[in-house]
Write a protein that binds this ligand. Structure first.
Ligand code: NAD
Length: 290
């Protein structure tokens, strides 16, 4: 049996659940709607926004793509958010990260109605996550990791889990989800100041790597039979590729995979889960807002 967790397959299954849920919502008179705001011309952001909007269309959600110039002011952006907060056809609002440097991203996140904060970054949703309030919007990437663990039949109860990275987008919420009641893992959060990271990882039944450093986690960091979830997406120069680079995770996959009971590849692991969980959150918002 393969130890590779197929994120594409799990993501497709989640999207099918969403399709069914959209049908139920529509039968109840609710057409779920997502607004995606893009400020500026960042090529990667354009691709992400495009695929979010396409996925909405495919599942039958209403979507609005709002593209603003890189010169958009903080006040102009706040006015767009306010308009979306007030729009009854919109249940989820997402401002694509990163905005141009003159925009205060935290202020924008705080301006989003927490009931429409499908990224789960608003302080109210962060607090709800800490409190294990089920109405919270959980950030999409760690929510996707939890779903992958579940689908792979990984027992988290009592397991030693090491999360490498403490960002608000991945590491911190991931740690909270793993330690929450029901998951019941014993969680260690490591970061750039951690001492002897290889030794910390060797004690782990589950390693979640969310750093942004290509192939940092090597075979000698991982104990036999461990589960490894690789969140990292890194571009590495590769002259043999037409586009001049390849994507790699934070884990040295070829040497680590043979030691693992389960592992996610990059690409095709955590990546595809993020959009699927965004759709889930949007449907949850639509249900909660009614
Ligand atoms: P971030 O830069 O905000 O955080 C990185 C974390 O890694 C920090 O907490 C830092 O302390 C820690 N770190 C840095 N160097 C370290 C070191 N040498 N040893 C231990 N810890 C170290 O990044 P992020 O937004 O959390 O993203 C992390 C990675 O995950 C990136 O590669 C990003 O592209 C990827 N990512 C993927 C998805 C997805 O959908 N798959 C979503 C979000 C982020």
């Amino acid at each position: 049996m393969s130890n590779v967790i197929d994120g594409k397959a799990v993501s497709a299954a989640v999207l099918e659940e969403c399709r069914a849920e959209v049908g139920q919502l529509k039968a109840d008179g609710i057409t779920p709607g997502l607004a995606v705001v893009l400020v500026g011309e960042d090529p990667a952001s354009k691709i992400y926004v495009g695929s979010k909007v396409r996925t909405c269309g495919d599942l039958g959600l209403h979507s609005r793509k709002i593209e603003l110039s890189a010169e958009t002011t903080q006040d102009e952006l706040l006015r767009v958010v306010e308009e979306l907060n007030a729009d009854p056809a919109i249940h989820g609002i997402l401002v694509q990260s990163p905005p141009p440097p003159h925009i205060d991203e935290e202020a924008i996140v705080r301006a989003i109605d927490p009931r429409k904060d499908v990224d789960g970054f608003h302080p109210e949703n962060v607090a709800k996550l800490v409190l294990e309030d089920q109405s919270a919007f959980v950030p999409c990437t760690p929510a996707g990791c939890m779903r992958l663990l579940e689908e792979a039949g990984v027992e988290t109860k009592g397991a030693n889990a090491v999360v490498i990275g403490r960002s608000m987008i991945v590491g911190k919420p991931m740690a909270l989800l793993l330690m929450a009641k029901g998951s019941d893992a014993t969680v260690t959060v490591a970061h750039s100041r951690s001492r002897d990271l290889p030794a910390i990882c060797r004690g782990a039944d589950i390693v979640i790597a969310a750093v942004g450093r290509p192939e940092m986690v090597t075979a000698d960091w991982v104990r036999d039979g461990a589960v490894v979830i690789d969140v990292g997406i890194n571009r590495v120069d590769d002259a043999s590729k037409k586009r001049g680079y390849r994507l790699t995770g934070d884990v040295a996959y070829d040497e680590v995979a043979p030691k693992c009971s389960a592992i996610t590849p990059v690409p095709g692991g955590v990546g595809p889960m993020t959009i699927a969980m965004l759709m889930k959150n949007t449907l949850k918002a639509a249900r909660q807002l009614g």
